[in-house]
Every structure is written in structure tokens, then in C-alpha cells.
Ligand binder design. Structure first.
Ligand code: ZN
Length: 346
């Protein structure tokens, strides 16, 4: 089906842009007749050519499930062993446009983590049919909030999700991509430059440990840029940070000693990350491809948050919800997928 091919091409282009998505984040869909074709759970957009990238869901049934508060199932078309539909299927189903693209755009998130986000964005997005959706957990809660917002302004085609990301919709892949590019242009922020890492000191630590240099030089900004350190030590900015990089906040707290930082462990008990103030960042040798991409995404976000911005962090109850079993499954799926793909994701 040509329309599905066009969606795959668009998805792969988006997936290849680290400023738009990282690892398995983001999702795309297209409605054809009464069927919603959507990215399968845990798939990476950059691998949109894979046979199991898309799953189909009966659109009317998906909307009915949301109304009746029952799980949306793709089982009618799902063969054993295939993946389920994206966690955001309900959101895609309630949006009336043919094509829906959800991304974790670093430019958008840099605005979406601000208390004054709606005010800041109203000037930048003026003339576009956009709405701000305050932070709501992914899944049916988010879909309901968007459904409600659409009742007031049905023509909405740009949604900025507080502490989360961006949704753009259109009646073709082409028009949706054009709108995404326009929003990206309007929300673009020049990242702060950070002092250079101190490689001699880093190499000293490196030689006697299980650490390695991070995948991208820009990551050192976490340690060398005091504004970024301050912002990140204040709390968790968005769900993917909580899921993939849970140790960052503690690591940047000034009360944590160097020895304690060396002892920080990732979710599988392996060293994940070491931030050495003013010197740079070292990555644990067991850091997954998904964690690497999320780390680069986090640096790209935080370097775009103004020093004076009033940052809105996830609350304790929001974090608890994010770190529920469902989120753990989400990460494991992403990691399995990542290992299956090797190191060619970027
Ligand atoms: Zn998302």
C-alpha cells in the first residue's frame, strides 16, 4: 500500500534526526479507511522499513475502547509473536487527521519544561492552530485530555505536550512533515556553548576503571557547563530521562562525593554514567545504545534551556507513575530492540 510506504519513509527521516527522536521514542501513524496503522511498541522510527514496524488497529474500536475505558487491542490483526501497538495508540486514534507524528523534539522540550511555556510559545507559534497540553502520563490519560482539548478547538493540528514533546497532524505525510518543519523552525533554540572537557584528567580516571568516553563529545557539557548542571540537579525534566537516565539528578547534587558518584549504578547494577564536575563525562561500558541516545537528547535539551527559565520538573507522584512496571517494560523492549540492531541506529 503506497500510503504505508510514504509513512515509513517519513518515519525513517524523522528517526534519523536526533533533534526529533531518541532511541524508541516518538511514534507515527496513518489512517486508511477504518484502520489506524501505527508504529509498533518499542520499535525505533529509524527502522521503519522493518516488516514489523507497523501494526493495525480498528479505528472505531480503538475510539470505543477509550470511551469505555478498556484496553485497545490490535489482536484482531496480530499474529502470535508480533509486537503490540504503541503506548500512544489512543492519542493517535482520537486525533481526526489522517497522519499523526509524535516526536520528542529537543527544541520543543526546552520550551515544554518551563512553567511559562504556554506564554513563551504563544508568540512563537502565533497563527498556527496549536494548543498546550499540561503534563499528563502517556496512554489513555493523555488521549482523554487531548480529546477534550479538541472539543474546544477541533481544528488543532499542533499540540505541545508539557514535560514531554510535540504532536503534529495533517491530512498527508507531506503536509504533516511541512508543518513539523515549520514548528521546528519557530521553536529552534541555539544551544549554549559549554567549556571544553579536561581530557587529561578524564583519561586518568579512564585508565583504571570500567568507564569509556561517551558516544558524543557534546555530552561533556553535563559536567562542564554549570548552568546545565544546576538545571539537571533540580529534578527530572521528562519521562524518558526518568526511565533511561535515573541517576543523573543524584549524580549532579553537590552533596554527593566523588566516591559515591563512582559507585552510582545503572538499572541493571552496571555502571551507567559518571559526571566529573568541570572535567567531563564517562560512560559505563555497559551503557546501552538506547541510553546513549537518551543521554545525547538530554544534553541537547538542557543546553537549550535558558539560564533564567523557570523550570517545571516532574512531581514525585508523576515520577512514581512513570517508573511503574509499564515503563520498565517499555525500556526493556527498547533495549532488546537496540541490541538486536547493534550500533547502527544513528
Ligand atoms: Zn512521547
Amino acid at each position: 500500500m503506497r500510503e504505508l510506504e510514504t509513512l515509513r519513509e517519513l518515519s525513517a527521516r524523522i528517526g534519523g534526526n536526533p533533534l526529533l527522536v531518541q532511541a524508541s521514542s516518538g511514534n507515527t501513524s496513518i489512517k486508511v479507511d477504518d484502520v489506524l496503522w501505527i508504529k509498533a511498541s518499542g520499535k525505533w522510527l529509524i527502522h521503519a522499513e522493518d516488516d514489523d514496524f507497523l501494526v493495525s488497529v480498528k479505528l472505531l474500536k480503538a475510539r470505543r475502547c477509550l470511551r469505555e475505558d478498556t484496553a485497545i487491542s490490535e489482536t484482531e490483526t496480530k499474529s502470535p509473536g508480533t509486537r503490540g501497538a504503541s503506548i500512544e495508540t489512543a492519542m493517535h486514534a482520537v486525533l481526526p487527521q489522517k497522519v499523526v507524528v509524535h516526536v520528542h523534539s529537543v527544541n520543543t522540550i526546552a520550551w515544554a519544561v518551563r512553567e511559562d511555556g504556554p506564554r513563551q510559545l504563544s508568540a512563537r507559534l502565533t497563527g498556527l492552530p496549536w494548543q498546550w497540553i499540561p503534563y499528563t502520563p502517556s496512554g489513555t490519560s493523555l488521549a482523554r485530555k487531548i480529546d477534550y482539548a479538541l472539543r474546544c478547538f477541533p481544528q488543532t493540528s499542533v499540540l505541545v505536550l508539557g514535560n514531554h514533546g510535540l504532536v503534529v497532524c495533517g491530512n498527508s505525510c507531506r503536509s504533516t512533515e511541512q508543518l513539523l518543519n515549520e514548528v521546528e523552525q519557530r521553536l529552534a533554540v541555539e544551544p549554549r556553548t559549554a567549556p571544553e572537557p579536561k581530557y587529561p584528567q578524564l583519561m586518568q580516571t579512564l585508565s583504571a576503571s570500567a568507564w569509556s568516553l561517551p558516544p558524543c563529545e557534546g555530552v561533556h557539557a553535563l559536567a562542564t557547563d554549570h548552568i546545565s548542571r544546576r538545571i539537571l540537579s533540580g529534578g527530572v525534566l521528562y519521562p524518558c530521562q526518568a526511565i533511561f537516565l535515573p541517576e543523573i539528578v543524584n549524580m549532579l547534587a553537590s552533596s554527593v562525593s566523588f566516591q559515591e558518584r563512582c559507585g552510582q549504578r545503572g538499572y541493571l547494577g552496571q555502571p551507567a554514567l559518571l559526571v566529573i564536575e568541570d572535567h567531563g563525562v564517562l560512560a559505563g561500558k555497559h551503557m546501552t545504545r538506547a541510553e546513549e541516545e537518551m543521554l545525547v537528547g538530554l544534553v541537547n535539551v538542557v543546553q537549550r534551556i535558558d539560564a533564567s527559565a523557570p523550570v517545571r520538573y516532574l512531581t514525585a507522584s508523576e515520577l512514581t507513575h512513570v517508573l511503574s512496571l509499564e515503563s520498565e517494560n517499555y525500556r526493556q523492549t527498547a533495549d532488546i530492540n537496540c541490541h538486536a540492531k547493534g550500533s547502527d541506529a544513528l
